[in-house]
Design a binder for this molecule. Sequence first.
Ligand code: NI
Length: 171
Amino acid sequence: MAIRQIITAPDPRLRQVSKPVPEVNDDLRALMKDMLETMYDAPGIGLAAIQIGEPVRVIVMDLAGEGEEPAPRYFVNPEILDPSDDMNLHEEGCLSVPEFYDEVERPAKCRVKYLDFDGKEQLLEAEGLLATCIQHEMDHLEGVLFIDHLSRLKRERVLKKLKKEQRLAAE
Ligand code: NI
């Protein structure tokens, strides 16, 4: 396993639409392990493959609280089904948009169809933090960031700040 570099906005690679995975094999499992290690190191609760520069439809997640047993989840080719009409407002952050948090409104519940670590098809009922997190990560697969759900003014302010920080870091 290896810790990989996390790409941050406004890097154009984050705007790519990720491609479906043809097969869950050992190479893909190695990528998922790298993603999980990178996410734990950051630390974060979810990571999409594109955030480490791999444009494939893979997400890892662990919503275990502090002091709880790790509970890694792997989602390959995930699809959201039956998003609820009732919405939920939840504060979000993103490893690709460091040190910025804001509330985003999303469907409160949904179902997720995906392949697991072993390539087996799974169907999951999601609500609460799990529903928020899976929808946030699904957005990454479409090249969408959580700041895209905010006002243009807020989004531009964040991106400007990140650009400035990256320029200073490069000097
Ligand atoms: Ni994110």
